[in-house]
Design a protein around this ligand. Structure first.
Ligand SMILES: Nc1ncnc2c1ncn2[C@@H]1O[C@H](COP(=O)(O)OP(=O)(O)OP(=O)(O)O)[C@@H](O)[C@H]1O
Ligand SMILES: [Mg+2]
Length: 153
């Protein structure tokens, strides 16, 4: 199952994140894939907004692999762009969070390698012309498939 959405603006991607957040539960994992500037942090801001976290506080400072925000649910925002190996990913306590009480959103999730839990929602971003981004959502497990069923409604 795949959902594709052509976002035509930053605001539209934020709205999509808010919509997604409305269906997220504790323990859910959303993995974001796509090149620099493709919209991963923008979607994360939308998810934050949907969890009643001030979206402007969400950013991806260099050398910080994990930021934690308290909202309706805790949001664990991983940005693994600068992660060099899985040991570095482990060193921030990633497993405790991924299998923890909040929602995990992981930018550059491919850097997680085998630490990446099987059941996750994958969101791929592709640049299109100007402010357009093709956003492709897919699921890879029981929970993420159920989540996608809800997203479609
Ligand atoms: N439709 C769109 N959706 C999302 N962002 C858009 C869109 N159109 C333009 N933009 C702009 O593209 C940029 C996306 O930046 P963002 O930080 O979200 O990317 P990123 O994928 O997190 O990059 P990085 O890999 O550097 O972390 C922002 O400047 C945003 O305003
Ligand atoms: Mg980013």
């Amino acid at each position: 199952m795949i959902i594709e959405h052509l976002s035509k603006s930053r605001e539209e991607t934020i709205t999509l994140g808010q919509h997604l957040a409305g269906h997220l539960k504790r323990g859910d994992i959303v993995c974001l894939f796509g090149e620099l500037g493709s919209g991963k942090t923008t979607l994360t801001k939308g998810i934050a907004k949907g969890l009643r976290i001030e979206p402007d506080t969400v950013s991806s400072p260099s050398f910080v692999l994990l930021n934690i925000y308290e909202g309706k649910l805790p949001l664990y925002h991983f940005d693994l762009y600068r992660a060099e190996n899985y040991k570095q990913v482990l060193s921030v306590g990633s497993e405790e969070y991924l299998y923890g009480e909040g929602v995990s959103v992981v930018e550059w999730a491919q850097r997680m390698g085998t630490l990446l839990p099987d059941d996750h929602l994958a969101v791929h971003f592709f640049h299109r012309k100007d402010d357009q981004r093709l956003i492709r959502i897919s699921a890879s497990g029981k929970r993420s498939r159920l989540l996608m069923e809800h997203l479609k409604l």
